[in-house]
Design a binder for this molecule. Structure first.
Ligand SMILES: *[C@@H]1O[C@H](CO)[C@@H](O)[C@H](O)[C@H]1NC(C)=O
Ligand SMILES: *[C@@H]1O[C@H](CO)[C@@H](O)[C@H](O)[C@H]1NC(C)=O
Ligand SMILES: CC(=O)N[C@H]1CO[C@H](CO)[C@@H](O)[C@@H]1O
Length: 537
C-alpha cells in the first residue's frame, strides 16, 4: 500500500485488482495535487449561496466577457465513437445492466457512478470490475438458462463519476477522505484508457453538477495530469458536461472554453436543473414552483436554458445533448403504455427540432422510439449547422419562474412518497427505481425533497387554500410511509423509518440540506462490512 493510504471497508475477489498498488499510487498523486483545489471550490459555492440568500441575482460573469465575445475558438473535434450520438442510454453499472445497455442499439452508454447509483463501496468497486471486463469483452455469463453476451458492435462507453461535493470516505489519503469524483475517474482511467484507445475508442466522461467554470478548469487540469501520467497524448480524453445547476447555466461558454481540448459538448440535465433552481433561490419567494408535474420543458426558465445551450454548443462546434424523459414502458396495459410512449416521442421531437444532436433514454425498450424520431429529423451525424443565431437569452429569461400550475394535495402526497421510496431504496444499496412508471434517480428525488421544504418555508398554500405547514407535510409523510414497501422491492422497515425521519427533519429545517446523497452516506456503512470515517462535509 502506498504511504498515507488507508482503506476502511471490505475489499474482496476481483475488487482487489481494481485497488492494485499502482492504481492506488495514481489516486494518491491526484489527491495530493488536486484535493486542496476541490475543497476551495466547494467553499466558493457556499459564498455564492450566501450572496444569493442575501438577494443578489445571478448574471453572466464580467471577467470572462472576452471569452464569450471571441468567435475564433472552437472545441476539439469529435473523438472515435462519439461522431454520432443521437441516442444514449444511461444506467448504473451492475453486470446485467452493463450488457443490456451496451447491446441496446443506442450509440453510447453512459455508465453511471452518480445519480442512478447508490455509492456503497461494493457498488463502486463492482462497477469498476464490470466496466473493465466489458471493455475487454470478458463479461459474458449465463444465469437461469439465459445468456448475457455482448454483441459485435456495442455502444460507446461513457462514464459518469460522482460530483465534486461527494467524498469517498472508504479511502483516506493522509487521513483525509478522497474525492468521489477523483476516485471514480481515476480508477476507470488508470485501468482502461490504453485498452480503450487500442480498441479504437477512448476514455470518455460525463461530468455532473458543476457550478462554476473554475470547477471545469480543475477537471481539465486533472485530465492533463492523468494523460501525462499514463503517457497518452494530451487531448485524448473527451468530456461532456451536464449543465444541471442554475449557476452553471451562466457559465456555459466558459466551461466549454476551459475544457476545449477535451470537450465533447454539454447536456441538459433537466431534473437536477429544476432541483438546483429551487435550491439556489431558496429564500426567494418569487421562485416558488407548482407541482413537479407542471414544471415542464416548456416552462420559461427551462426553455431559455435549452435554447442557450444549443446555441452555445453549436457556436463552439460540439454536441448539444438533450435529456431524459423519465417514462418507462408499462407492461400489461397497452393503452397506458401508448400514452407514456407518446410523451417520450413528443419530448424527443421537441429536442431534435430545437437543434439537439442527441438525447437520453433510461430503458432499452425506448431506444427505437428515440432513434426513429432522430433518424427522421437529423439526417447527418449532428446538427452543428443549426446555429440558433436568433436566440437571445438574458439572465431574466434563465430566472423566469412564472410556471403555470397549482400545488395540490396529490402533488404533496406523490412527492412525499417518491422521496421516501427513493431514500429508503438508496440506503439499501439501490440508486435507480421505477415508480409509477417513471425512472426515479437521485435528481428526481431531490426535486421532491426541496419542493416540500420550499412550500413549507414560504408558507405556500394548496389549490384548496389549505396552508402547507410542516405538520401537514409530516402527516402526509407518515401516512404514505406505509405504502413504500409495496412501491420498492427489497427495502426493510428500518430503512423506511430512516427515510421518514430524514424527510421530516428536512421539511422542518431552516434550510434544506445541499444533497440527500451526502446526508444519507453514513447509512451505507452497514452494507460495506467496515467502519469507515465520516464524510468531511
Ligand atoms: C493541457 O493540455 C493542452 C493540450 O491538450 C494544452 O494546450 C494546455 O495548455 C494544457 N493545460 C495546462 C493547464 O497544462
Ligand atoms: C416567462 O415564461 C413564460 C412561459 O412559462 C412566458 O409565458 C412569459 O412571457 C415569461 N415571462 C417573461 C417576463 O419573460
Ligand atoms: C403532482 C406531482 O407533481 N407529483 C409528482 C411528485 O413526484 C412523483 C414521483 O415520481 C411523480 O410521479 C408526480 O408526478
Amino acid at each position: 500500500m502506498p504511504q498515507g493510504v488507508q482503506i476502511h471497508a471490505r475489499v474482496q475477489g476481483a475488487q482487489s485488482d481494481i485497488l492494485s498498488e499502482p492504481a492506488l499510487a495514481f489516486l494518491v498523486a491526484l489527491h495530493r495535487t488536486f484535493n486542496p483545489t476541490r475543497l476551495a471550490l466547494l467553499d466558493a459555492r457556499d459564498v455564492v449561496q450566501q450572496r444569493l440568500d442575501g438577494g443578489e441575482q445571478l448574471d453572466f460573469p464580467s471577467e470572462t466577457a472576452h471569452i464569450r465575445a471571441d468567435p475564433s475558438w472552437v472545441c476539439a473535434p469529435p473523438a472515435p465513437g462519439l461522431e454520432d450520438r443521437r441516442v444514449e442510454i444511461t444506467g448504473p453499472t451492475d453486470r446485467k445492466m452493463v450488457i443490456n445497455a451496451l447491446n441496446s442499439g443506442a450509440k453510447a452508454f453512459m455508465a453511471d457512478f452518480e445519480d442512478s447509483n447508490s455509492p456503497s463501496f461494493q457498488n463502486m468497486l463492482n462497477g469498476q470490475v464490470n466496466l473493465r471486463d466489458a471493455i475487454r469483452r470478458q463479461i459474458d455469463f449465463e444465469q437461469g438458462g439465459k445468456q448475457y453476451k455482448l454483441t459485435e458492435k456495442p455502444a460507446t462507453l461513457i462514464v459518469r463519476p460522482r460530483g465534486w461535493h461527494l467524498d469517498e470516505p472508504r479511502i483516506t489519503v493522509d487521513h483525509q477522505p478522497m474525492s468521489g469524483s477523483i476516485f471514480d475517474f481515476a480508477l476507470y482511467f488508470f485501468h482502461n484508457a490504453k485498452e480503450l484507445i487500442a480498441r479504437g475508442s477512448g476514455p470518455y466522461f460525463y461530468l455532473p453538477k458543476m457550478e462554476h467554470y473554475r470547477e471545469a478548469r480543475l477537471w481539465n487540469d486533472i485530465f492533463n495530469f492523468s494523460q501525462a501520467y499514463l503517457g497518452i497524448p494530451l487531448g485524448t480524453i473527451r468530456a461532456t458536461v451536464l449543465i444541471e445547476t442554475l449557476p452553471a447555466a451562466f457559465h456555459m461558454e466558459e466551461i466549454l472554453f476551459e475544457l476545449r481540448h477535451h470537450s465533447s459538448g454539454l447536456n441538459c440535465g433537466r431534473w437536477d436543473y429544476i432541483f438546483s433552481f429551487i435550491k439556489k433561490r431558496r429564500l426567494d419567494k418569487t421562485a416558488v414552483l407548482p407541482d413537479r408535474k407542471d414544471v415542464t420543458m416548456e416552462s420559461g426558465f427551462m426553455d431559455a436554458y435549452v435554447r442557450l445551450l444549443i446555441q452555445t454548443c453549436h457556436k463552439r462546434r460540439v454536441a448539444a445533448m438533450g435529456g431524459m424523459s423519465a417514462q418507462i414502458p408499462i407492461k400489461g396495459d397497452a393503452k397506458a403504455n401508448e400514452v407514456a410512449m407518446a410523451k417520450v416521442r413528443a419530448d424527443k421531437l421537441r429536442e431534435v427540432t430545437a437543434g439537439h444532436d442527441g438525447t437520453w433514454i433510461a430503458h432499452p425498450l425506448i431506444n427505437k422510439i428515440a432513434m426513429d424520431v432522430f433518424n427522421e429529423h437529423m439526417l447527418g451525424p449532428n446538427q452543428y449547422h443549426v446555429r440558433r443565431e436568433e436566440v437571445v437569452v438574458t439572465p431574466k429569461d434563465l430566472l423566469n419562474s412564472s410556471v403555470p400550475g397549482k400545488i395540490t394535495h396529490d402533488g404533496v402526497k406523490s412527492n412525499a412518497s417518491a422521496a421516501l421510496a427513493y431514500c429508503a431504496a438508496w440506503i439499501s444499496g439501490n440508486g435507480c427505481i421505477p415508480l409509477n412508471f417513471l425512472m426515479e434517480d437521485a435528481a428526481t428525488a431531490e426535486i421532491a425533497r426541496v419542493q416540500l421544504w420550499q412550500w413549507v418555508y414560504h408558507k405556500a398554500r394548496l389549490d384548496t387554500g389549505h396552508p402547507i405547514t410542516a405538520s401537514y407535510v409530516e402527516g402526509v409523510l407518515r401516512e404514505v410511509a406505509s405504502n413504500v414497501k409495496s412501491l420498492v422491492a427489497g427495502v426493510q422497515d428500518k430503512q423506511i423509518a430512516i427515510a421518514v425521519e430524514y424527510m421530516i427533519s428536512q421539511v422542518k429545517a431552516d434550510r434544506a440540506s445541499d444533497f440527500l446523497t451526502s446526508d444519507l452516506m453514513p447509512y451505507l456503512e452497514a452494507l460495506d462490512g467496515g467502519k469507515w470515517i465520516k464524510s468531511s462535509l
